[in-house]
Design a protein around this ligand. Sequence first.
Ligand code: 6PG
Length: 250
Amino acid sequence: MDRSVSVEAEPPVAPASVHVVPPECFAEAGARVVAGEIRGRLETRASCSVALAGGSTPRPVYRRLAELEGIDWSRVEVFFGDERAVPPTDPDSNVRMAREALLARVPVPEHRQHRIPAEGADLEEAARAYARSLPAALDLLLLGIGEDGHTASLFPGSGAVGDRERRVVAVEAPASPARRITITPPVIQEARSVVVLASGERKASAVAEALEGAGPVEGCPARLARGGRWVLDAAAAAELEATRRAGEDG
Ligand code: 6PG
């Protein structure tokens, strides 16, 4: 499974751009930020590669995103930041959530939808194959954050958080389902744009640690996305310094 390597000090990154909105505006705000990133990329490029986040937070954002106008979905290439080792029809599957909330409702061509095939027996080989399918740099990477500060399936203390050699790895997560495939830090750091979506008071401590903490990335892997655009509802932003809580949308 994942190999332990030393966790280098992360290079300083520009302060994050933090959008704080009332809970009832979170889906709209998240959808508009993501749509703006995709539209912006498609103004100057033939296509836009987007890696979707899993979990439950993105679901309302994806539903609203599917309703927004002005995105040429035929030119969007869809990837995933991580996947659980379950069939794509399983309620725990990230691709199932994304299909229900977004991909079944927008015209992304089948050949441009790249799910992580994590349901097989050989997760390491599946991870290697998926790494080969990823672009050198994603145009847009969507991430969530767990209460423990994990992002994608990079969990605190996991050797994968220090892996700078491989771009996709199989891991054993301390959360169910345990067996997963995840992108590694280089993919996060190479992405042209990163958008982190977090809502609810349960995330407030992890969000504050990721954006304002000083500890090693190994203890709070979501800190890898510190330089990205964070879309937070007021509950998830509750433990940030007051200045940040004002946010750009406050
Ligand atoms: C996953 C996600 C993971 C998720 C966080 C938050 O596969 O679970 O990639 O990183 O974003 O666990 O999950 P919720 O949005 O369900 O709180």
